[in-house]
Each structure stands twice: as structure tokens, then as C-alpha cells.
Design a protein around this ligand. Sequence first.
Ligand SMILES: *Cc1c(COP(=O)(O)O)cnc(C)c1O
Length: 319
Amino acid sequence: MLNLPTYEDVAAAAERIKGHAHRTPVMTSRTVDQEIGAKVFFKCENLQRMGAFKFRGAFNALSKFDERQRRAGVVTFSSGNHAQAIALSASLLGITSTIVMPNDAPASKVAATRGYGGSVVIYDRYKEDREEIGRKLAEDHGMTLIPPYDHPDVIAGQGTAAKELFEEVGALDALFVCLGGGGLLSGSALATRALAPQCKLYGVEPEAGNDGQRSFRSGAIVHIDTPTTIADGAQTQHLGAYTFAIIRRDVDDILTASDMQLIDCMRFFAARMKLVVEPTGCLGFAAAREMKSQLHDQRIGVIISGGNVDMKRFCSLTA
Ligand SMILES: *Cc1c(COP(=O)(O)O)cnc(C)c1O
């Protein structure tokens, strides 16, 4: 039996990250409210430190390290926002970090991770297994492995974003959350069931990689090949044991959005709300737009999960 994190763990995480993570703004738009026919509250994690909610989970997990763990350091595998979140959190806490990244990771991401103080170990994604390399580094050097989503302290940390949203705007009728491996959604589920038990909770993943939807509906974790989508933060191949258990228990449904819908949302956020949002960060809003006939006169929450997209890519996607 897994020892699942609870809302108490989310509340404890909120205390740990206080003064380190930003309490991000909640934004509204009359244009959106008119389009959806509802009152919509956006929790802007694109404005979080290092540009995504992942700072919350990483900082919470590393804050719990004991003296021996601090000395030996942290290791993780990620080419995306979790890498930067671990590197930044570790350097803020005086812990060394090692990040395992594929040799085809964008140079900007490798540079950003190094810039935050992480040591990058490069591997060949076609010949080597990143989880194995991470595990071996942990074993050989006594480092602690903090994976991107399937870890109780990561989940509890990610749940603090929804906690802040409910504290700020009160109960909601529905909340839309981006879904990759499920750290953000399962953490949000713990906060939602404690603070707004009647609120419908939806996870939203890329149409091309709907393993979460299939897992949710079939009752067993479905594994897929790396999906082809512009939502690079949600190119996960499967949910985790912890995240799936919580999602199955607490989430109402899993929805999907196409790349075209995500691009449309990126354009909207930039043009109308002056927000730079990465493709993955648009999943929640894309699904809310699609569902609008069922949301009439309701109070809706949408988590904008991140804003890390380099300007060239942003321009070519939205042109
Ligand atoms: C990691 C990430 C996600 C997906 O989060 P999970 O916890 O893996 O479900 C969504 N959006 C952004 C911007 C991310 O970095």
C-alpha cells in the first residue's frame, strides 16, 4: 500500500515555501468571462520563480532533506521545468544538484539549468535509460533522487498553487489543471477536496498523448510512446503510482486539447491578457473553452502552469 500525501502535507508545504516561492497573482478578463459565459479565475504560475509551478514541489522536497542528504546532494532526470526547479531550489538551499538531460535537449534549457547552479550529465536518449542513470548516480554517490512528479513531497508542493487560489477567490464550481505525469493535478486534488469539496476537478492533457484519460477511464496505468505535441511539459508516457491513486480517487474527469487549440490560447493570452504562456500551460484554458456550454454562470478556476518558451519558438507558433 502506498502512503499517499494528504491535505495536511500540502498545508505543511505551503509553510516551507513561504517567502521562497511567489504567491502568484490570480488574473481575470472580461473578454474571457463573456466568451465562456462564466466568471474565470486564472492562477498565473507562468509568473512563478523559474517560470513554472515546478518550483513549489522541488523546493518543498529539498527543504525536507536531512543533514546527510544535503551533503550528498540531489539528482534528477528531466529536460524541462523540473530540471530548472531542482537546480534553483538546490542552490537556494546550499545543496548540490545533478541533472540528467538528453543530448538533444535544447541548448537554452541546458544553459538555464547550469545557470541556476545545476551540474548537467548528458545521456543518449536512444541508447540509455534516464531513470537508470539517475538511480545509479543516487546509489553510487548517496544522492537523493527527486523525480519530476511521482513523489509525495513533490505532489504536496504542487498542491499549494490550488490552495492559494481557493484562499484568494473562495470556492469554485470547476477547476481545470494541466496534466503530464500528474504531480500538479494530484496536488490540486488534495487542495480541492479539502477546501472546495463540491468543485468539479478536470485534468487536461494533449490529445496526442491521452494516456492519463485512458488510465482514468480504464482503472489501470496506461503506458504510451512519447507523444508528438507542442505541449512539451506534458510529453510524459505514463502517470505515476502516487499520482494515479490520487487522481482516480479525487478527479472528476480527464479531458484533452489539440495543438491547434493550444496555439489559439497562446495567442489569446499574449494579445488580450499580456501573458506569455508556454504551450503546456494553455491546456486548462483550452478545455474550459471547449466545455463552455456546460459552465454557464459558474465560477471557474484555470491553472496556467508555466511560461517557459523561447521567443523564437513563441513567435513561430503564434505567427
Ligand atoms: C511539468 C509541467 C506540467 C505537467 O505537470 P505534471 O505534474 O507532470 O502533471 C504542466 N505544465 C508545465 C508548464 C510543466 O512544466
